[in-house]
Structures are given as C-alpha cells and as structure tokens.
Design a protein. Sequence first.
Length: 305
Amino acid sequence: MAKTTIASASRLGLGSLAGALLAGSAFAQPATPDINELLDPARVAASACGGLRYARNELFKPGVQLAALASPAAAVEASPGSPLPILDGLGPDRLQATTRSDEARALAAQGYAWLMGFNHRLAAAYFRAAQAADPGCAICYWGEAYALGPNINDAMHADAVRPAFQAMAMATLLIEGASPREQALIRALKTRYSMAADADRAALDQAYADAMLAAADAHPDDVELLVLAAEAVMNSQPWDYWEADGVTPKGRAGRLVALLETALAADPDHPHAIHLYIHTVEASSDPARAEPHADRLAALMPTAG
C-alpha cells in the first residue's frame, strides 16, 4: 500500500480535513455503544423497514415478538466495554474486505450483514471495530460512512455528518490498497457527503445514485454493486416507486426493478436484494412477484431479525 502523506491527501481533494486526520487531530470517533444496548430486542425490532412508524402492527404480532426474544441479545452476554462478538446466523461474507487481518475481515462482514438487516447503528459499531483491528482497511471506513448516512427509513442526522465525512475521508486516503469493487464503492459514496452547512441532501442523494448506477454499469456481474446501486436509487425517492396505476414506474424505479431482478437471477439467496425487492414491488399492482423470494428471506439471516 502506498504511503499517504498530507500532500497526497490534498491531491485527493480532502484538504485540511485530510491533514487533520493524518495529524491525529480530527473529529473524535463516536463512542461504540454497549453491546447490550445495540443488541436490545426493541432496538433490533425498531430497525425494521419503515421503523415503528410504518411497521407497528407487524412488530407486535406473536411471530415478531418471538423473533425479538430470539435476537442476539438473548444469546450474547457481554459486560460494558466487551468486544463485539462474531455472531452466527448472519449469512456468508458478502463484502470480502481487503485486509491482512482476519479479525477485521470478520467484523466488516458482520457490519455489512447488519447493513443488510437495516440495523445501521450496529453496522457502524462493527465497522469501527474492524477499523481498530486494521486501521488500513479502506472498506471498513466506507462501511461506517455508509451506515451513518440516510436510508429509506430515516434521514441523515445532523450529528452523523461529521463522523460520516471523516470516515469517508479515511476511506479515500486508503483507496489505493482497495480492490476494484471497493474503489468503485468508495468513489461513489464520496459524492453522498458534504460538510457545507447549506448542502442539498436531495441533490447529494441523486448524485450518489448516479455514481452507483455508473459503478453497476461498469461491473455488471458484481451482484453487490447491483444491489447497492438499487438501494441508492431507492434512497433518492424513498417509498415513492410507482404511479397511481401501480404499473408505471416512477422516476428511476424501472431501473431499480431491473437491477434487483438481475441480482436475484444471479444470486437468488441474496438477503438484501430480496428485502429491497419486496419493498420495491409491494405498492405495485403485482406485489406477489416477490413472494417466491420472500419465502426464503427469514432463513437466510435469522440473527438479523
């Protein structure tokens, strides 16, 4: 990996922030919450799509109550300050982080799985733990930045802007040691964040969707890029994918459907593709097209809830 200097950081367009990061005087890292808090069944349940606002009736069905009781909180006993555990039931390592540390790779894989399970706070904690295991892991900083950003259930929080921008800056500084997929993800995500007080969030989300669609076009056989491009499109028009007839895609929803169907044809057991596809077509005139995929979802990542 090429050594990064303040001068080279400036060439990457990171300016004074990069210098502060390299000098060790950048913004303080957010504290990693207690594992018991992160794995609390109520928090896991609240991360369901739409949050409690949209899914309250579903969350309190008996099956969902049982799922919460069987969540990692019931299986993991940890005291405050304990290392984050590597849990079973989160599926295979779909991220395959470029790192010399097996620990960092395992933690990043779990962080990515929590992203797919829509538990973004827990995902960020795992990615920060992966950074501690290997400070040179570029995609580990990407993962934290991604987790701190907006999603279809929640807007970008003001207190997440600085740590997200910081993590993105670190990912960019380390990009030369990343894989082609990771470089594509890092370059695209860089368009999503700004420290400007008057930054237009909708415009940033559109720019990120554009960048991810370009990445998917450049790597059409990479299922992860297809799925993340689809999610970027969803985030640019959350819960607004169909015209009133339920047949005509609204905005870029046609591309969204095509991306997810291509991904599922290549990897029918991809939990995030299934999850996003369900929510993409549920308001269409033909939501049943997702049923064959939905039937498999619960078994793919049982720990994610």
